[in-house]
Write a protein that binds this ligand. Structure first.
Ligand code: IPE
Ligand code: IPE
Ligand code: MG
Length: 252
């Protein structure tokens, strides 16, 4: 139901857990990797839509720090798919003024893949259209841990004191530094959990879950999720009445 005064504009940052590739393939009696391949097609459509709608940031969970627990064959194929996609898509992303950023523990990837990632990020770093964040070997707890490591190193070096540590300093040391926090979180595939995605960053994000499997997700469903977001009243701890008063006193 639409709240009295809940007319959000487009989300600045959309974060998506693209889940359900394996089940989509299994339903069709195909190997799971076919589901992942079909999932890449959905990524292209979603990116296109975000460019068209002038969304600032799109973050996609591609491979979690826990996904190494999968059968070796699936992990290897996912790595190949990731590398192949990076190779074939980076020029297209660049032409569309998209800035690519890969977050996650890249040290676990092969040298070759790490080089490809660095090249792709460099090639697109001056673009100022959509920022496309791909979370690969990413875990929200890992992100917070590496932020703590960087901060404690700075304390040890005398660059920071314990009293300097604020929420904003912690945010600046996460892999998502300089990005706005996600406004809208979407998870396809029917599960209603975060699976160690952007734990710190999702503190005030609006959640949208759909049973649709990722290869079947499309622009219409994305528009539906965005519409649902637009019809919510974000209170950030205030009362609903305060929010209405704030928006009425805002110059139009
Ligand atoms: C999401 O799809 C993609 C990755 C985790 C790489 P899944 O592979 O988790 O698909 P389901 O959940 O098994 O259907
Ligand atoms: C989350 O999906 C990770 C990605 C989509 C990359 P999973 O399918 O791995 O999550 P769980 O294991 O069901 O929580
Ligand atoms: Mg899954």
């Amino acid at each position: 139901m639409k709240d009295n005064n809940s007319s959000n504009s487009n989300p600045r940052h959309i974060a998506i857990i693209m889940d359900g590739n394996g089940r989509w393939a299994e339903k069709k009696f195909m190997p799971r990797i076919m589901g992942h391949r079909a999932g890449v097609k959905t990524v292209r459509k979603v990116v296109e839509y975000c460019v068209k709608e002038k969304i600032e940031v799109l973050s996609l969970f591609a491979f979690s720090s826990e996904n190494w627990r999968r059968p070796k064959k699936e992990v290897n194929m996912l790595m190949e798919l990731f590398m192949g996609t990076l190779q074939t898509q980076v020029d297209k992303l660049d032409k569309n003024n998209i800035k690519l950023r890969i977050i996650g523990d890249k040290s676990a990837f092969s040298e070759k893949l790490q080089q490809k990632i660095d090249q792709a990020e460099k090639q697109t770093e001056n673009n100022d259209g959509l920022t496309l964040v791909i979370a690969a070997n990413y875990g929200g707890r890992w992100d917070i841990t590496q932020a703590f490591q960087k901060i404690t190193e700075k304390i040890a070096a005398g660059e920071l004191t314990v009293h300097d540590i604020t929420e904003s300093v912690i945010s600046q040391h996460l892999t998502t530094f300089e990005l706005p926090e996600p406004d809208l979180f979407i998870r396809s595939g029917g599960e209603q959990r975060i699976s160690n995605f952007l734990l710190w960053q999702l503190a005030y994000t609006e959640f949208y879950f759909t049973d649709i499997l990722w290869p079947e997700f499309d622009q219409v469903l994305l528009a539906t999720a965005i519409n649902s977001f637009k019809n919510r009243q974000r209170r950030f701890g205030h009362t609903g009445e305060q929010i209405i008063n704030f928006s009425q006193s805002k110059p139009k």
